[in-house]
Design a protein around this ligand. Structure first.
Ligand code: AR6
Length: 167
């Protein structure tokens, strides 16, 4: 099932919330900064451990990795990296991969509910319409999914467009 809500994803209760991270996994602005602030330092500690062990070069665009959610209501944070928008190159496949590989990881962890923000829809510059279209296509066409996927919109405009596209 796919649900759409307007909410602050840091307050959302799901088995996992997804972070629109950067490759370094060292935190940043936007939803990434809010997740690290609200969840506390154990999330950054887990990211640093990943960088020191399995991900010395950082997380590739379109890949996903899971850490503790610290103090958040969610159990896990799945960090993924969306592509930056380019007017010269179609990077939709990478954006779809960020969603779908997050779902594959959630399934492999045995999770039932996952909440996504609008990946690449902020600092990474995707026009809202294209970001939402890729998001909805990604979760609708995923080969592997979970019982409940919640698309968490941070504004009324995003929520309205997402609801229209999901139907
Ligand atoms: N809950 C739900 N959605 C949110 C929240 C929140 N608390 N805060 C922001 N959004 P962005 P990106 C929405 O910029 O474009 C960071 O610095 C926001 O309104 O967070 O993938 C990272 O470190 C927008 O619709 O992510 C990376 O460097 C959407 O989340 C870079 O930004 C995504 O905006 C990633 O850029």
């Amino acid at each position: 099932m796919i649900d759409v809500v307007r909410a602050d994803i840091t307050q959302f209760r799901a088995d996992a919330i997804v972070n629109a991270a950067k490759s370094s996994l060292m935190g940043g602005g936007g939803v990434d900064g809010s997740i690290h602030r609200a969840g506390g330092s154990s999330i950054l500690d887990a990211c640093k451990l990943l960088r020191a062990t399995t991900l010395p070069r950082g997380l590739d665009v379109g890949a996903a990795v899971a850490t503790t959610a610290g103090r958040l209501p969610a159990q896990w944070v799945i960090h993924t990296v969306g592509p930056k928008f380019s007017p010269h190159e179609d990077r939709t496949a990478d954006l779809v991969a960020a969603y779908q590989r997050s779902l594959v990881l959630a399934r492999s962890l045995g999770l039932s509910s996952v909440a996504f923000p609008l990946i690449s829809g902020g600092s990474y510059g995707w026009p809202m319409y294209d970001a939402v279209a890729a998001q909805v296509r990604a979760v609708k066409t995923a080969d592997v999914s979970v019982d409940l996927v919640t698309l968490v919109a941070f504004s009324r405009d995003i929520a309205d467009l997402t609801e229209k596209m999901v139907r």
